[in-house]
Design a protein around this ligand. Structure first.
Ligand SMILES: Nc1ncnc2c1ncn2[C@@H]1O[C@H](COP(=O)(O)OP(=O)(O)O)[C@@H](O)[C@H]1O
Ligand SMILES: O=C(CO)[C@@H](O)[C@H](O)COP(=O)(O)O
Length: 498
């Protein structure tokens, strides 16, 4: 059996998939790791936890699957985006990584806007948002000058793990696009942006394509995992680029909904000049010389996990959500906005927080759980609305991520988006996209598209129910009002946060 491995370095866990030449997932293994929230709005992880988790997951994958080490032809990665890993002269992290959902950098975002003006959108193609990497670099420079003095270069999360597996330092275009330091259309580090913030070119790693062969597994990693030393390692990509590859979003007109910790509505873009004026993100794809645009809900799956963890910590997701299908669309007039950690699209706002609106004595826990799922989906529908206004057809949406595991949620997506929602057989999120990059990199296919034709298999599809569509249309208008109605209240409450 010849196989590849896709490693998805997520926010809650790292998952490793062993995939054969037919695209069949033969084995999987995962390891969780903690998040640290030292202050409100902060979110950090220990890079060493990612490395230990990845090595542990690989060891389990090899030992339980029965695959021979020489049958693994290649490995690639998908990674949570934007997280800042600062390395010293000896490539050791100088502090914890600051993650994509950390919102401490509002002042640095304003500074970036002031210094770069319209060049920011012109070059980096994205606005300054707290989650992106450059504001985090400036935050460490300003608030931890002693730490910053030791930092010689930066990496993103999966690039650091790949470095520890291979000893080689690189970054692929799809992940580099989320740093605000890349000239996205020109595919090079922006000398203008680096100069504007006094960062040397040596601060940035060499750029590669997602399918590029960038090194081999180190002998000591081979000893720890059971892989063969020298096993080919391919660069990999940003988790949303890999999610899109794994969902077959490789040509114009295709749309994806991903509900992981964050939530994303993503469309493929062939034209590097497509201009959404910064309303949605515009990034390089993991398929060479192509792009994607996406809107992001910061706390999508995270909102549901938070709710379950807070009110039913000992129940599985399946048990917890069992009664949700019995509640009618609209949750009996209960609405939820998923702003637990602030929001990105369409409201770039680090201060806004979540609300339940309309609670009454008849509401049960199932009403609240359904309202959380509906609120997350309404938020994603705001991104969908931006794409529709820009003329993108969104009649058919491929749904991936943890949220796609629940049929009630898939039907809800169809009803709220007013689109046919298609689930994938053997839903594996971005890990399958990472495995596809390895399969293409190994030469199993002539193109990623050819790989997708074999690996991406559609499962059940969900058509919108006209009655539910009508109910949700009315509620969506009310949902949209909540942001403006609660913004001032949340600004006043900010002083009371920990
Ligand atoms: N059975 C389920 N039904 C509905 N949602 C689920 C289920 N299992 C997980 N989820 C949601 O999926 C999210 C995790 O998705 P995942 O794609 O694994 O995230 P990440 O890649 O960010 O670690 C959780 O936060 C949770 O809300
Ligand atoms: O910040 C973004 C995209 O801009 C997030 O999508 C992260 O990339 C983390 O994703 P998940 O952990 O939810 O997969």
């Amino acid at each position: 059996m010849s196989c590849v491995i896709g490693i998805d370095l997520g926010t809650s866990a790292v998952k490793a998939l062993l995939v054969d030449r037919d695209g069949k997932v033969r084995a999987e293994a995962s390891r969780n790791y903690p998040l640290f929230h030292e202050h409100t709005g902060w979110s950090e992880q220990r890079p060493e936890d990612w490395v230990e988790g990845t090595i542990g997951a690989l060891r389990e994958l090899i030992s339980t699957s029965g695959v021979r080490p020489d049958e693994v032809e290649g490995i690639s990665f998908s990674g949570q985006m934007h997280g800042l890993v600062l390395l010293d002269e000896a490539n050791r992290p100088v502090r914890n990584a600051i993650l994509w959902n950390d919102t401490r950098t509002t002042a640095e975002c304003r500074e970036i806007e002031r210094v770069l003006g319209p060049d920011l959108l012109g070059i980096a193609r994205n606005p300054a948002l707290e989650g992106f990497t450059l504001p985090k670099i400036l935050w460490v420079k300003r608030h931890e000058p002693d730490v910053f003095a030791k930092a010689k270069r930066f990496l993103l999360p999966k690039d650091y793990v790949r470095y520890r597996l291979t000893g080689e330092i690189h970054m692929d275009y799809s992940d580099a696009a989320g740093t605000l330091l890349l000239d996205v259309a020109g595919k090079k580090w922006s000398t203008e942006i680096l100069a504007a913030f006094d960062l040397p070119a040596s601060f940035c790693p060499p750029l590669v394509e997602s399918h590029d062969h960038v090194g081999g597994v180190l002998p000591e990693v081979a000893d720890q995992t059971g892989l063969a030393a020298g096993t080919k390692v391919f660069a990999g990509g940003a988790d949303n680029a890999c999610g899109a590859i794994g969902a077959g979003i490789l040509s114009e007109g295709l749309t994806m909904c991903s509900i992981g910790t964050s939530g994303v509505i993503l469309t493929y873009e062939q034209n590097r000049d497509t201009d959404y004026a910064g309303k949605v993100h515009f990034f390089n794809h993991g398929k060479a010389d192509s792009f994607y645009a996406m809107g992001v809900t910061l706390a999508a799956g995270y909102s549901l996990s938070w709710f379950k963890q807070t009110f039913a910590p000992n129940e599985s997701f399946a048990d917890f959500l069992r009664g949700v299908g019995d509640i009618k669309p609209g949750s009996g007039g209960l609405l939820f906005t998923p702003y637990l950690v602030g929001e990105r699209t369409p409201h770039a706002d680090a201060v806004i927080r979540a609300s339940f609106i309309g609670a009454d004595g008849s509401h049960t826990r199932d009403h609240f759980a359904r309202a959380v799922m509906e609120g997350i989906t309404f938020s994603l529908n705001e991104s969908m609305a931006i794409f529709r206004e820009a003329g993108k057809p969104a009649g058919r949406v491929i749904s991936i991520g943890g949220g796609a595991q629940n049929p009630v949620w898939l039907q809800m997506q169809a009803d709220i988006f007013g689109a046919t929602v298609v689930a994938l057989e053997n839903e594996q999120g971005p890990g399958l996209g990472a495995a596809m990059l390895a399969a293409y990199g190994c030469g199993w296919f002539d193109s990623l598209d050819a790989c997708a034709a074999k690996f991406v298999k559609h499962a059940a599809s969900y058509d919108p129910n006209p009655e539910a569509v009508e109910t949700y249309r009315g509620l969506f208008d009310i949902y949209r009002e909540i942001y403006t109605q609660t913004r001032g209240l949340n600004q006043a409450l900010a002083a009371y946060r920990g």
